[in-house]
Design a protein around this ligand. Structure first.
Ligand code: CUA
Length: 317
């Protein structure tokens, strides 16, 4: 078995070429030191333990120049190796190739959204053509998140009110896990996604099909798809199961009680407002934590989601 495979996930980007050997070097060096120090502690404590009939030494040795130079020089050389090796890799990661394709990454509690050059957006799934350098222009709508794709050896914080930039070049097609690596609240651990690396042809097809999604499909069916692809389901069930947000089962056409004591009829306008300005009317018993979907949903998408929610309500049957 290849021992490196047991530690790191299979590499998916060019960064693995520099990161993996350095990582393995660190593990091996740390392992050697662990062995030497532990063995030393055990051997010395057995050999020089206090025993009856053995006299205590008088004067202790104050220093040993050769020994001291050794224990300064060896770690110095080791950390310098790690520094220059790591710095080289860091430079590569910091300098975005000129021909990189740019994707805007937006993090918010608790999902990722991606804006592609042709105006298409996706949620929790970044789709990229294989072998093409991709520049990620990242920002957060609320707190600090961190964009982490272990297979790409790529992790960078995503901050509010500021852009951070990262890039990668995938080496083979496949699906790679995306995590949020900065604690960002209740559903931090569920703020996951996928990076789907596909052939260039497939990428172009995906862009076109995403841009024209919903055409020629019944709005309710398209809405059901959006409910998943826009990650609504992570907080809202459609079968009555409670979640971080109220279940949307039997919502349309019924009265909803709000935190301010009033109530509102869940009609088309209420649903639309709740997607675009979710904190204006908060359902009693829930926190105002839902992010706005302004910019993430086109009017057509909102129509479709409303059509879908109608199918989930008894008042419509
Ligand atoms: Cu976003 Cu943790």
């Amino acid at each position: 078995m290849d021992p490196t495979k047991a530690v790191l996930p299979p590499p998916g980007s060019t960064f693995a070429q520099t990161v993996d050997p350095l990582f393995n070097f660190l593990i091996i060096v740390a392992g050697i030191f662990l062995l030497v120090v532990t063995t030393g502690v055990i051997v010395f404590s057995l050999r020089y333990r206090r025993r009856h009939g053995v006299a205590q030494p008088g004067e202790a040795t104050t220093h040993n120049t050769a020994l001291e130079i050794t224990w300064i020089l060896i770690p110095f050389v080791l950390v310098m190796i790690v520094f220059f090796w790591g710095f080289k890799g860091y430079l590569v990661m910091s300098v975005v190739p000129k021909d990189a394709m740019e994707v805007k990454v937006t993090a918010q509690k608790w999902f990722w959204s991606f804006d592609y050059p042709n105006g298409v957006t996706s949620v929790n799934e970044l789709v990229v053509p294989v072998g093409v350098p991709v520049k990620l222009l990242m920002s957060s709508k609320d707190v600090i998140h961190s964009f982490f794709v272990p297979s790409f050896r790529l992790k960078r914080d995503v901050l509010p009110n500021r852009y951070t930039i990262a890039w990668f070049k995938s080496t083979q097609s496949g699906e790679y896990d995306l995590f949020c690596a900065e604690y960002c609240g209740t559903k931090h651990s569920e703020m996951t996604g996928k990076v789907r690396v596909v052939a260039e042809r497939e990428y172009d097809d995906w862009l076109v099909s995403t841009a024209t999604a919903g055409e020629g499909v019944a709005p309710a069916d398209y809405g059901a798809k959006l409910f998943v692809s826009k990650a609504c389901y992570t907080c809202h069930s459609v079968d009555g199961t409670p979640g971080n947000g109220p279940s949307l089962f039997n919502l349309f056409g019924n009265e909803v009680r709000l935190t301010d004591g009033s109530s509102v009829l869940a009609d088309e306008n209420y649903l639309r407002e709740s997607m675009l300005n979710p904190r204006s009317k908060v359902v009693v018993g829930y926190q105002p934590i839902m992010p706005t979907y302004q910019g993430l949903l086109k009017d057509k998408d909102i129509d479709a989601l409303i059509a879908y929610l109608k199918t989930r309500s008894d008042t419509e049957k």
